[in-house]
Design a protein around this ligand. Structure first.
Ligand SMILES: Nc1ncnc2c1ncn2[C@@H]1O[C@H](COP(=O)(O)OP(=O)(O)OP(=O)(O)O)[C@@H](O)[C@H]1O
Ligand SMILES: [Mg+2]
Length: 277
């Protein structure tokens, strides 16, 4: 579906932000890219719809390498929707309505279809009623939701979201995650970057860990988080609930047999088992 193969990317000032990065999002997967500040997440994501062109390597969308001419880029952007880390980089129209309508209008859809898509997308992100507001009068979390609505309105096959939950309140974060889950069940493939290790095991099928422009680990959440050394080496941490299990194992001799729970419901099951209830 979406592949980055052996990407090398250097910024003009000489910073080598990506050094041989290979990442794949299969059909219908939710993949998360974890990495500390400056690891290269945003740089990689800007390759996924051709905003950046790799110095070496290639990006494939539905098995075909991106062509960096107008037609090729237009084609890629109708398939791959990228939500930027900073919504101020994404929102530019005078009103929320016009902003969300911009992409669908460019696809040449009818006025009626555009209006339906805008309405539906704003509703999905919990931003109905804000249509006439200028984006710069919105709060940070509201801007983020409108930016996501703008990409939803394009109905892409693949969604690339750079830290979609950062800056959102717990309800907003949960709303966005539920929405992504739903979109995924409707056949959309998703890749997300995040540092939020507590949320990741709830939705991601597969994880990549990036450090200094290189992928240092790949696997299911339980595979990745059982490698505690690599997680800490990447300046990340275990989900809180797994950390509690780690402490119970080390300090209180409760054996989790190398499988720490990653979510509250996993923890509940494991604790009930160990308490023999
Ligand atoms: N425009 C730029 N010019 C030069 N170097 C840059 C530029 N943008 C980013 N970098 C550098 O590239 C590296 C990767 O940055 P990137 O923004 O991809 O990290 P990130 O993983 O998204 O971090 P964060 O979690 O803070 O968003 C960093 O060392 C950063 O300083
Ligand atoms: Mg970033």
């Amino acid at each position: 579906m979406l592949e980055a193969n052996h990407i090398v990317y250097k910024y003009e000032d000489g910073t080598k932000a990506l050094n041989d990065v290979t990442v794949k999002v299969n059909d219908n997967e939710i993949v998360a890219l974890l990495g500390k500040n400056g690891a290269g997440k945003s740089t990689l994501f800007l390759h996924f719809n051709g905003i950046f062109k790799p110095d070496k390597g290639e990006v494939l969308v539905e098995g075909k390498p991106i062509k960096y001419n107008n037609k090729g880029l237009l084609n890629v952007r109708s398939k791959v929707g990228v939500v930027f880390q900073n919504p101020d980089d994404q929102l530019f129209a005078p009103t929320v309505q016009e902003d969300v309508a911009f992409g669908p209008l460019n696809l040449g859809l009818s006025q009626e279809e555009v209006e339906n898509r805008v309405k539906e997308s704003l509703k999905k992100v919990g931003m109905s009623g804000f249509e006439r507001k200028p984006p710069h009068h919105l709060s940070g979390g509201q801007k983020k939701r409108v930016a996501i609505a703008g990409v939803l309105a394009m109905k892409p096959k693949i969604m690339v979201l750079d830290e979609p939950t950062s800056g959102l309140d717990p309800k907003g974060a949960s709303l966005v995650l539920k929405l992504l889950y739903k979109l995924n069940s409707e056949g959309i493939s998703i890749i997300i970057s995040t540092h939020d290790v507590d949320l990741v095991p709830l939705y991601a099928n597969r994880l990549y860990v990036i450090k200094e422009g290189q992928i240092i680990k790949e696997g299911t959440p339980s595979e990745v988080f059982s490698d505690v050394k690599t997680i800490r080496d990447a300046n990340l941490r275990l989900p809180r609930i797994a950390h509690l299990a780690e402490i119970l194992e080390k300090e209180d001799s409760i054996d989790f047999e190398g499988e720490y729970p990653l979510t509250i419901s996993q923890a509940r099951n494991q604790f009930l088992e160990k308490l023999d209830l």
